[in-house]
Design a protein around this ligand. Structure first.
Ligand SMILES: NC(=O)c1ccc[n+]([C@@H]2O[C@H](COP(=O)([O-])OP(=O)(O)OC[C@H]3O[C@@H](n4cnc5c(N)ncnc54)[C@H](O)[C@@H]3O)[C@@H](O)[C@H]2O)c1
Length: 386
């Protein structure tokens, strides 16, 4: 099996209809908005991406950021998107989630292609607004679902889609660490977009329902530990997602359990990111362990670790973005893929608030009016007082 999945765009029929709007560009000038923790990585990979001729840093705090202040004097840095727009063809938005929609709309309406970090928006309505605006302006809208550019995730998808694991029973995902606490969103907004986009990608489906449980231990306004249960009713699979800022270990683990084999993707194990366990349980016909009418038969085969060819996912993603701008192709993580993840996040917020299972069909375009999603400078929910 090969982990070398082609990162090619699909046709041009989505956010950027072929033949209309901004023509494909070949020498691309990129502005990275927000050069904090993640944006500084975006700046590095964009500078090394073929086809990109100029990269400017855009950050309100640029004069205060170490190693960045000198960019202002050389014209390679700006303190606002508005000032930078005349100097760029495309914009990467790596600011806090609540700013993605206003910044994205400003760039799109100025005719710029945009790559927006996950989550695309904090509401489904906001994500739909971005999709519509990109369609009207004829520009490319892509979302930074970085794990969909990761060789190990491609291999997990291949194991599932080729049915090497047999019938898939469930997916189980854990993304845990001590911190980093975010100041404007809870742990679901911060970490779960990764697991949701991975689940959607490897399953080739989107969920129909979400049940969430969460707790606020340190900051009384925001959940720091949460469990989500995603029902993919169309394919009869469930995905369980555990995200936490309050755990002693750094864990990045996804387990796919099938009727024939089980696969474990450990993103912290650079040597063996994917391990395939030839293990299974079958119900026999009589006696033995387990309940019901038959014995449980356990199969214990070898554990194999296929070679995963690993290229830095952020660099693969950047090359794909530039490819889409030069060819006019639709990004594999387009606006619709971003919207699908945001719908799950919004359903999870509703589930946390109302302590019930929420159907994705309940998350309509104007669901952001529920007041359960953050807006810039405003906390998600009032702190709980003792
Ligand atoms: N794809 C991934 O694996 C991944 C990993 C980490 C973070 N992220 C995403 O990247 C984004 C940024 O996260 P971070 O951890 O780097 O945050 P950060 O706080 O470290 O950096 C955000 C930066 O944005 C700047 N900023 C805020 N509003 C601005 C505005 N209106 N104009 C210009 N600059 C502005 C801030 O000054 C700050 O420097 C988030 O959406 C996050 O979810 C993605």
């Amino acid at each position: 099996m090969s982990s070398e999945t082609q990162v090619s765009g699909s046709d041009s029929s989505g956010d950027r209809p072929g033949g209309r709007g901004v023509p494909p560009v070949h020498e691309i000038r990129v502005g990275v908005v927000g050069v904090g923790y993640w944006g500084s990585k975006q700046l590095r990979v964009m500078r090394a991406t073929p086809g990109v001729t100029r990269v400017v840093a855009i950050d309100a705090r640029l004069p205060l950021l170490s190693g960045m202040a000198h960019l202002l004097a050389t014209g390679e840095g700006f303190t606002s998107l508005e000032a930078a727009l005349p100097h760029v063809d495309a914009v990467v938005i790596a600011t806090p989630p609540a700013t993605h929609v206003p910044l994205g709309l400003a760039a799109i309406r100025a005719g710029k292609h945009v790559l927006i970090e996950k989550p695309l928006a904090t509401t489904a309505a906001g994500a739909e607004e971005l999709i519509q605006a990109a369609k009207e302006a004829g520009v490319t809208l892509m979302v930074g679902h970085t794990f969909e550019y990761n060789g190990a995730v491609w291999m997990l998808r291949e194991l599932i889609q080729s049915r090497e694991l047999g019938d898939l029973y469930y997916l189980d995902s854990s993304r845990l660490n001590l911190g980093l606490y975010q100041s404007d969103v809870n742990v679901v907004f911060d970490l779960a977009p990764h697991d949701i986009s991975i689940a959607n990608h490897v399953l080739g489906a989107t969920p129909t329902s979400v049940q969430a449980w969460g707790a606020r231990h340190i900051d009384p306004a925001f959940e720091d530990v949460a469990h989500l249960q995603l029902g993919y009713d169309d394919i009869g699979v469930q995905a369980h997602i555990h995200v936490s800022w309050l755990d002693p270990r750094k864990v990045r683990l996804i387990t796919a359990v099938g009727s024939k084999k089980m696969a474990v993707y450990d993103d912290t194990n650079a040597e063996e990111r994917i391990r395939v366990h030839d293990k299974a349980v079958r119900r026999g016909t009589e006696g033995g362990t387990g309940g019901g009418s038959g014995a449980m038969q356990y199969h214990h085969g070898p554990v194999t670790s296929p070679v995963v060819r690993f290229d830095e996912p952020l660099a693969v993603q950047a090359r794909h973005f530039v490819d889409c701008l030069t060819t006019g192709a639709q990004p594999r993580t387009d606006g619709a893929s971003g919207l699908a993840v945001v719908q799950v996040i919004e359903a999870a917020q509703l589930s946390l608030a109302q302590e019930r299972k929420v159907l994705i069909s309940e998350i309509a375009g104007d669901a952001g009016a529920s007041g359960l999603v953050p807006v810039p400078g405003q906390r998600l929910r009032a702190p709980v007082t003792a």
